[in-house]
Design a binder for this molecule. Structure first.
Ligand code: 3HC
Length: 307
């Protein structure tokens, strides 16, 4: 059987493609693109909530937030390691991120001016991430699927801690309830945008679905997220800011309005409300870390010299 046929049979039989297997160059490139941008999202995603670590209202909240932000760093490292099994170079990917040649999730370009954002990000953003990442545990590329299994376990802690924070605030004062509602109003539509453009504008979906890199379409996962989140919002006592949101018994799903896709593409192009700040912060962190990389390089050369 030729290599291409063997690859096709692996995909069709729901087996996993491993790093040493032959794969079409397009498959490899698509994986590097998606996994690198996924990793970039995890690393940039540390910034919005990191903003509140020093201002958390209690030691317990601070410890939980620290643990969550550290988890995101770890998720980024797993995913960069997965790209390296495809021959990508981590330094090159970082360079592409900080020079705007690779993307990260639009959601992290929105500011977090209120402490309630910490809870809403856990509930909505990590909730959306769970909807999007659980199917990726069945992605056809082995290292990516295995990274997803570990990451999804930690995401459920992220989502639960956010929801519990909001339940606490909603049981508090009117001012705290208003803070939560104001944060939900700001994050609801950007959370729906996380799943990508409408299927009709998704340039990568068809091929990614054929290669079983993606297991569902953008709109399918968005619908799943809305159906999962509406009852949670009701339990919380918050209103989701979509006048078209209603249960459609015929479809067995919620009907909902469309995000502002012009806003989405502007944010994806780097013109989001906090886009420049996020990249500048990442660029500075990279530059400030140069001495560590230099020391590690000299150390490894010395060691090699000794051996
Ligand atoms: N933000 C930024 N860019 C986006 C985007 C978003 N929310 N949605 C789509 N895009 C980009 C795509 O990258 C693509 O551009 P490219 O070809 O230059 O990469 C273009 O818009 C067209 O979109 P497609 O639907 O054709 O792209 P994909 O098939 O890659 O689908 C995706 C986009 C659904 C994000 C898919 O890449 C995916 O599932 N990625 C893995 C999961 C991921 O990256 N999640 C991001 C959040 S990570 C996170 O939430 C961490 C948690 O801890 C909070």
């Amino acid at each position: 059987m030729d290599l291409e046929a063997r690859f096709e049979r692996t995909i069709a039989s729901e087996q996993r493609v491993e790093p040493r297997d032959w794969m079409p160059e397009g498959y490899r490139k698509t994986l590097v693109r998606q996994i690198a941008q996924h990793a970039h999202s995890e690393i940039i995603g540390m910034q919005p909530e990191g903003n509140w670590i020093t201002r958390a209202p209690s030691l317990r909240r601070k410890a939980i937030l620290l643990a969550k932000v550290q988890d995101e760093a770890g998720h980024g490292l797993y995913l960069y390691a997965a790209t390296e099994t495809l021959g990508a170079d981590r330094a090159d990917l970082t360079e592409k991120l900080i020079t705007g040649r690779q993307k990260y999730s639009s959601i992290f370009n929105y500011p977090t001016p209120s402490y309630a954002d910490v809870g809403v990000i856990g509930w909505l953003v990590d909730g959306a991430a769970i909807c999007n990442q659980v199917p990726l545990c069945r992605t056809s590329y082995g290292p990516y699927a295995r990274a997803m299994i570990r990451i999804c376990k930690e995401e459920s802690f992220h989502q639960r801690q956010g929801y519990e924070l909001l339940l606490t605030m909603m049981a508090g004062t009117d001012a705290q309830r208003a803070m939560v509602q104001e944060s939900v109003d700001r994050f609801w539509w950007p959370a729906l945008m996380m799943f990508g453009p409408p299927d009709a504008e998704s340039t990568n979906s068809e091929q990614s679905l054929a290669w079983r890199i993606k297991r569902d379409t953008n709109d399918e996962l968005r619908q799943k997220f809305v159906d999962m989140t509406v009852p949670q919002a009701e339990k919380l006592g918050v209103t989701l800011p979509d006048p078209e949101l209603r249960w459609n018994a015929e479809r067995g799903h919620h009907d909902f309005g469309q995000p502002d896709w012009d806003e989405f593409w502007q944010v994806v192009k780097g013109n989001g409300p906090a886009g420049a700040q996020r990249l500048a912060h990442r660029r500075k962190a990279h530059e400030d870390g140069e001495w560590v990389r230099e020391a590690a390089r000299v150390h490894s050369e010395k060691k090699r010299g000794v051996e």
